[in-house]
Design a protein around this ligand. Structure first.
Ligand SMILES: [Zn+2]
Length: 97
């Protein structure tokens, strides 16, 4: 075990992107709710990872891009829960990004 560190993944990863994927309209994060609940997330062992968030009766997806010490946060459009849950599933399957 000397000097050997095992990477333990905490969650799922997004799948390889499919050819005809749906582009998500990412925008720079704008704080507009006091409380955001993270309902699900992908593993952060990769530079870009995602969080499924709920706030103020709506949901959205956060995209976190890590570069050095800085993590840039983008958000998908805020939409009704069912729509965003569907989008989250497509994101995980590589059908939206
Ligand atoms: Zn991982």
């Amino acid at each position: 075990m000397d000097g050997w560190e095992e990477v333990v993944c905490v969650s799922r990863h997004v799948a390889q992107l499919t050819d005809a994927y749906e582009p998500i309209d990412w925008a720079i994060e704008v704080p507009r709710a006091d409380r955001v609940r993270v309902k699900s997330y992908t593993c952060d062992c990769v530079p870009v990872f995602y969080e499924l968030c709920q706030a103020a009766g709506l949901m959205f997806i956060r995209r976190l891009s890590r570069g050095g010490d800085v993590t840039v946060v983008h958000e998908s459009p805020w939409m009704r829960c069912a729509e965003v849950e569907g989008l989250w599933e497509r994101l995980l399957r590589g059908e939206a990004r």
